[in-house]
Design a protein around this ligand. Structure first.
Ligand code: RNT
Ligand code: ZN
Length: 419
């Protein structure tokens, strides 16, 4: 696509949207304000740098063995730098605790400190992105079925210390970058089969969290979130940190809740949860993901679930209380390609939602004109939103259309295929 073609298609699309009363430039500006928190773990199949050859546990699994995964911090940084060249806008990077710069030494999870992440903080400043953080409870000898909710007080203590350490690291990131670091807490605690002590473990989880979160940290620097889940591999029957548990916990403690698109019943989406949850918690963090029949963490594509979600985000009018993060990992295809498609599809869904004549639709709704509402929603699907996205890419100096494919092929030839 030439610049001319992009411009022409944009002007045409702009006038079509203007006829519906939509200000396209305003939509582009709002899309440009959306900083997506890019998860670091698509680059290396969730291995991290604590023990890169160790086994993944906690129910997290990657399938595929596509060549070229990042093996070092430098390779990961290089990959992320490549990704951000191929997507418009300014984004964030979400690190897990196992991605620290441990200088080739083994540093146990209860011993990690801000200094192990200083090189990340410096790099992020250099490339102009902000960081988010995740404590890592999985893939460790002390994380069997239970961590913070274990009956064993020593195991609980170890993980409480990990959580304390992670909060301090995230706080330091937030302080140095001048933007709160979103710290996500996800634990895999649970069991494969019918569990009898459900209340007891949940009570322990509540106590562990209460104890650690009692250390108050300024929300200028740190936003803690808790992520719920219905089931995982190896925890099919019982997950301690269920939706009810964390929704209750977040509401009671006035803290942020993380909703992962793959963490509910297979036919249950997260879109309709947004407008309820926002009434009761100060912030929501999203893990935008694509469950294919289960919490499979497929690469995000522009599907109905994603569009339904972004529509609810935009319609809520509360974007300043919503952190949009990604959570997928596919080891079977080019990993840079996976990132770029996932990010761009999230943006495209967001843009479509921003290009909706919501006021008009609400007017139909209040007048009981439900056929009219349906007709507009149907027609909107085929509006030329992609011409607006291409124009946005062009303006930002990143490839429009399929232009990123050849860039990724070139990067594969020059970089990842040589790993
Ligand atoms: C697992 C959760 C969690 C992880 C990441 C790696 O089911 O979704 O968010 O995917 O922390
Ligand atoms: Zn998640």
């Amino acid at each position: 696509m030439s610049t001319e073609q992009i411009k022409k298609a944009y002007e045409d699309a702009k006038s079509q949207y203007a006829a519906l009363g939509i200000d396209v430039e305003n939509a582009i500006n709002q899309l440009n304000n959306l900083s997506i928190s890019i998860h670091c773990w698509q680059s290396d199949d969730v291995s991290g740098f604590e023990n890169p050859d160790g086994e993944l546990s906690g129910g997290i699994q990657t399938t595929g063995n596509y060549p070229g995964k990042a093996r070092t911090i430098d390779e990961l940084k290089q990959d992320i730098e490549q990704v951000i060249k191929l997507v418009p806008g300014k984004h964030r990077l979400s690190l897990h605790a196992i991605y620290g710069d441990f200088g080739g030494k083994f540093v146990d999870r209860d011993q990690i400190e801000p200094k192990h992440f200083q090189s990340w903080i410096d790099w992020a400043k250099k490339v102009g992105i902000k960081l988010d953080f995740n404590s890592t409870f999985f893939s460790h000898p002390k994380s069997g079925n239970y961590t913070l909710s274990s009956f064993d007080p020593e195991i609980r203590e170890f993980w409480k210390n990990h959580l304390r350490a992670c909060r301090r690291i995230a706080e330091e990131m937030g302080r140095q970058q001048g933007s709160p670091c979103v710290h996500n807490i996800w634990i895999h605690d649970g069991e494969k089969d019918k569990t009898v002590s459900r209340y007891e473990h949940r009570k322990l989880l509540q106590e562990s969290l209460d104890e650690v979160l009692a250390e108050k940290i300024d929300s200028k620097y740190l936003v803690d979130c808790v992520e719920c889940k219905l089931f995982g591999i190896g925890s099919e029957s019982y997950v301690v940190g269920s939706h009810e548990f964390y929704l209750g916990y977040a509401v009671k403690n006035n803290m942020a809740l993380t909703l992962d698109a793959g963490h509910f019943h297979p036919t249950e989406g997260i879109a309709d949860k947004i407008s309820s949850v926002l009434l009761f918690v100060p912030e929501i963090t999203l893990h935008v993901s694509r469950p294919e029949r289960w919490d499979s963490d497929h690469v995000v594509i522009l599907d109905d679930a994603l569009l339904g979600l972004t529509q609810e985000l935009v319609r809520s009018g509360q974007m300043d209380r919503i952190n949009v993060g990604l959570d997928f990992f596919d080891a079977s295809i080019n990993r840079i390609g996976a990132y770029v498609v996932g990010i761009r599809s999230t943006q495209k869904a967001m843009l479509q939602a921003l290009l909706e004549p919501t006021a008009k639709l609400r007017e139909f709704e209040t007048q009981d004109k439900n056929f009219q509402r349906m007709a507009y929603l149907e027609e909107l699907k085929a509006m030329p939103w992609n011409a607006i996205y291409n124009y946005y890419c062009e303006k930002q100096g990143v490839p429009a259309g399929t232009g990123y494919v050849e860039k990724i092929e070139a990067y594969e030839k020059d970089v990842t295929s040589k790993r």
